[in-house]
Design a protein around this ligand. Sequence first.
Ligand code: ADP
Length: 400
Amino acid sequence: MKILVVNAGSSSLKYRLFDMDRGTVLAKGNCERIGIDGIITHTVTGSKEPYKATPVFPNHRTAIEYVLRLLTDKKFGCLGSVKEIAAVGHRFAHGGERLRASAELKEEEIAYLESIVPINPLHGPPAISGLKACREVMPDIPHVGVFDTSYYSDLPDYAYIYPIPYELYEKYRVRRYGFHGTSHRFVAGKAQELLGNKDAKIITCHLGNGSSITATVNGKAIDTSMGFTPQDGVPMGTRSGGIDPTVVTYLMKREQLTADGAEKLLNEKSGLLGVSGVSSDCRDIREAAAKGNLRAQLAMKLLAHNIKKIIGSYVAELNGVDALVFTAGIGENDRELRQEVCKDLDALGIAIDEEVNATCPRGEICELTAKGARARTFVIPTDEEYMIARDTLSIIQNRK
Ligand code: ADP
């Protein structure tokens, strides 16, 4: 059974074709600069060179049509016919309060996704446009939505309600939704397997360009650091993460910022970039810090400090922890940060082996636990696309 996973952004469409019988990736690629001009990079597993071209992509539909032609191309493809694709899994950041689990997307679900665009203005419209294009081009197969928010649909109300007038939640659905759920679900599931314990208390740190931390017990998330939007929680590449909300209103007054201006400040100019003044990319900041740049050093210390604080609060919420997991670009690659975060956490049962942490191979699951530590610590590479393909498969199998 072959499943195509699609992740549509405002000017991009990433795709990955899975052979679910073998659990392998057959091909993957990315269409970029949609609506501007167009670039496609496409790789069939096992081929030496990726295919690169610059076709014109006025919209998502032309991009997906191009992808399907490539997938069935004699030279650059891997399918005899488009009919071999059994279903398409679509990545959605937001499923609102109603789409609480991965689901087949038909007219009713699409109308709901359109109705929640006001709370999901950045990710919603391009993802819906990508879905509609795929449905037009592949009308005879199921299209399944997998939502980052759905992992948080069982958060207790005291974890998702904000302490503002309750009527505002009722009126505007302002609440904690949480994001990156597909990644947290994947790595928490792997940690459960490694521990051999379905009831395990697990804290997962997805640290990438955007970062979030989630507490899971019995396979369910009970709290997460991102909130109404991905803005809350730990500092990120360019996002501030959680700050005293009055800082925003004060700066709006002092700097004569509009609401959009304030959002831009918090979303695009803050976080590691804002503090370091160097870059939003951890590698650049590490390099500057190593050369003695004090603000770059401060940015990395502040990041580790904030991650540590959230881990501590989740150990309290879970009343213990069995596993701590690091994933995504920074979590999987930045050894110094893992070391800094795990330093002096032995009171919580967490301690890592410095040498193993320093030599942990890239792209593989690696256990960092120090001898005698109560909780186990892992690096687990995330695979959101595979999770989307797995959900899509399970939905179409249960449909029949
Ligand atoms: P996204 O959220 O866009 O998917 P990623 O998960 O790819 O982001 O993470 C991007 C971040 O990972 C960047 O800050 C990048 O600097 C960091 N990163 C990638 N490789 C390394 C590395 N070897 N050392 C430190 N940081 C790294």
